[in-house]
Design a binder for this molecule. Structure first.
Ligand code: SF4
Length: 424
């Protein structure tokens, strides 16, 4: 019997805010993209601030041969735009002659006005011709004026879509950068279901040809890829809408949607998913004991907020008070909204002061927010979780479901221990 009392969040009004926001810029995406694309180099055309952001966010790269760098353009060095283009060409020359392993070079735009004036798409075209066919040069923006931190990946993948080969073969394209170990798990599930051929965007190397066309069905693993979604539709591919593969239920629903499209029988589906689903349910039950009946408040940060709120409320027994997201792409997060019961405020965009007032008034048991807001909220006695950790940690699919619940329960456990110690 359908639950007639259930009204989903898909019908809930959305609180739209357009004020000051507190999030990292899209350059941050380079930290995980460079790990994924083994023969790519990300050359940020930017200022010393951009260089510092990358160095401090990716400190681990200091001892390795890095696959990202910054071409610093400063007004004082340059007499005009022609100089800027020449300087950029010199930088690229130096880089490519030193690093013959580079197959894809991304010129990444940033905020400074001298960079904004530079037409990086023209530069990419010019350099692509010069270095073809051994290196492909593309461009996208990671500027903090235009992008939040996960939008960097969206911009990067959108730039890649027009370059994909045309194909009319029936195939599955999975979209979104996942850690290799997670991608392998996903591929073996799809393989066991008999679904294929499967390719992934972004591919780990430029040599792995990814193609697209009218018989391509694509599934998203990251909810922040709205532009990439549109670009793939423009290439004639068909999206398979589904909840995102977080937790036991999310993963099952994601696989089910794809399996339906590829004609997999119920028996076969159950045979493949029942054991890993049961493992995931058990792991979630253990890790989420402390989450049950607790409340959560999401500041808008990574665009993962709606699928994660679905996971925490439906699978971990939490109550969401507010779920903020920088952008609400219904074609992507609609299926997750459908599964969540109405109750939380769904907010899009940010007016950070107003939202801080709401968070401090509501005093959720757990507040998920950006690094910049965590300290003041902790000082006000709230327990916080850094949203950025959710992007850097493997959290998708069955085998990571327990870890995902654990990421949220850890700060609550820590707070309980501190309170206990203070009381003794
Ligand atoms: S916000 Fe702008 S200036 Fe600052 S690091 Fe990002 S792109 Fe560079």
């Amino acid at each position: 019997m359908p639950d007639v009392s259930f009204t989903s969040c898909a019908q809930a009004p959305v609180l739209k805010e357009r004020g000051q926001r507190e999030v990292f810029c899209g350059l941050t995406s380079i930290i995980w993209l460079h790990r994924k694309m083994q023969d790519a180099f990300f050359l940020v055309v930017g200022s010393r601030t951009c260089a510092h952001l990358l160095q401090s966010a990716a400190g681990v790269m200091i001892f390795a041969e890095p696959r990202f760098g910054t071409a610093i353009l400063e007004e004082t060095d340059l007499a005009g735009l022609a100089d800027a283009h020449q300087e950029l060409d010199r930088e690229v020359d130096r880089l490519l002659s030193r690093r013959p392993d580079i197959r894809q070079l991304f010129l990444v735009g940033s905020c400074p006005s001298e960079v904004i004036k530079l037409d990086l798409s023209k530069a990419a075209e010019r350099l692509s011709q010069k270095y073809a066919p051994s290196v492909r040069v593309l461009n996208f923006t990671g500027s903090g004026i235009e992008t939040t931190f996960t939008q960097g990946e969206d911009e990067c993948l959108t730039a890649m879509v027009p370059m994909l080969n045309e194909s009319s073969d029936r195939q599955l394209l999975v979209v979104g950068a996942l850690p290799d170990v997670v991608e392998d798990q996903m591929r073996s599930l799809l393989d066991a279901l008999g679904i294929g051929p499967v390719s992934v965007l972004p591919a780990s190397s430029a040599g792995n040809t990814v193609s697209v066309g009218p018989n391509t069905y694509f599934a998203m693993t990251q909810p922040f890829l709205g532009e990439t979604h549109s670009a793939l539709l423009r290439r004639g591919a068909e999206h398979i809408p589904a909840p995102f593969p977080f937790g036991a239920e999310g993963t099952t629903a994601w696989l089910r949607a794809i399996a339906d499209k590829f004609g997999v029988s119920d028996d076969k589906f159950e045979g493949v998913v029942s054991a890993p689903r049961a493992r995931a349910q058990k792991a979630i039950a253990q890790a989420s004991e402390v989450l049950k009946n607790k409340s959560v408040f999401f500041f808008p940060d990574s665009q993962l907020e709606i699928p994660l709120a679905r996971f925490l409320t439906v699978e971990c027994g939490m109550t969401a008070l507010e779920v903020g997201t920088p952008f609400l792409h219904r074609p992507l997060v609609g299926p997750d909204l459908e599964l969540m019961s109405q109750g939380p405020v769904i907010s899009e965009g940010q007016d950070v002061d107003l939202q801080l007032d709401r968070a401090l008034q509501q005093r959720a048991d757990l507040t998920v927010c950006g690094l910049g807001l965590a300290n003041p909220l902790e000082a006000a006695g709230l327990t916080t979780k850094w949203a950025i950790e959710l992007v850097f940690t493997p959290v998708h699919f069955y085998e990571q479901a327990g870890d995902l619940a654990g990421l949220f329960s850890r700060p609550l456990r820590r707070r309980a221990i501190l309170r206990q110690e203070a009381a003794e």
